[in-house]
Design a protein around this ligand. Structure first.
Ligand code: ADP
Length: 253
């Protein structure tokens, strides 16, 4: 075969591969859209019956609490706790389906203030776990306030949650300035993540750790990734198992 025929054959193969790839990308985009619609519709429909369960459990406790034995109190507690966890899943699913779709206005945001607000909002759990924070200095940027707040809260919540009592309870936040963007880093000294899961944890419902020990829905990082994608940024993790993790995301200057 001549060189020319060989080249034509190769080009044809590349073209066919490209067409196949485009088709797969379209299919993936469609299934993602369907998943988002499913999440949105179902989370709305699930909220009402759940509200009823919680409300009737409260009434049962209030009106008949005095005549119920210890076992019955325990059952009410389990049911109420199950309802609370389900509510969190529904709220996170709603958040997941909304994330990245709403075009928010870009306003001036001082990330130091956002961080200070977080500490006030979560002061109870911060005190309980005796967590210390160090802010190495954050910039002011132009950005979408709701999406940015949620991303930062989600990463800080995880840093607090996956720091156990006997580990150095230290969480550090810092920013590195690049030519046209900042890299924000949230560093903990908690339980850490095995390198083989670095990409996987940003996918919806991926949870690595003992579900009994760590409450969660497996949606926080998927939501954060959608937000960061929406402003054209990147999000990633570096971690050593048993030593701690650093989560990074980028945002334009
Ligand atoms: P979850 O609600 O389970 O925390 P996320 O989507 O926020 O869900 O995180 C996905 C998984 O990634 C978690 O279940 C946990 O296993 C792991 N993970 C996230 N952040 C950290 C962290 N700072 N340290 C260790 N593991 C983490």
């Amino acid at each position: 075969m001549t060189d020319i025929t060989e080249r034509i054959k190769q080009e044809q193969a590349v073209k066919e591969l490209n067409i196949k790839l485009q088709k797969h990308i379209k299919e993936l985009e469609l299934s993602n859209e369907q998943l988002e619609q499913f999440a949105f519709i179902n989370s709305h429909d699930l909220q009402e019956p759940l509200r009823m369960i919680t409300s009737f459990m409260n009434q049962l406790q209030r009106k008949y609490g005095g005549v119920l034995d210890e076992k019955a109190h325990q059952y009410i507690h389990f049911a109420t706790d199950g309802a609370r966890r389900m509510k969190q899943i529904i709220l996170d699913l709603l958040e997941y389906s909304r994330a990245g779709n709403a075009m928010e206005d870009q306003i001036e945001i001082d990330l130091n203030e956002l961080f200070a607000q977080y500490k006030i909002l979560r002061r109870k759990v911060i005190q309980e776990k005796d967590v210390q924070f160090i802010n190495h200095g954050l910039p002011k940027i132009m950005g979408p306030i709701a999406a940015l707040t949620q991303t930062l809260h989600s990463l800080l919540d995880n840093a607090v949650k996956y720091t156990k009592q006997n580990e150095p309870p230290l969480i550090e936040i810092s920013a590195q300035e690049e030519s046209d963007h900042y890299i924000i880093q949230i560093k903990d000294h908690g339980i850490g993540i095995d390198a083989k899961f670095f990409d996987k944890i940003f996918i919806i419902f991926q949870r690595l750790h003992d579900k009994e020990q760590f409450d969660g829905t497996g949606l926080g990082l998927a939501v954060a990734k959608k937000h960061v994608d929406s402003w054209g940024g990147k999000i990633w993790v570096e971690s050593t198992l048993g030593k701690g993790s650093s989560f990074y995301f980028t945002i334009k200057k």
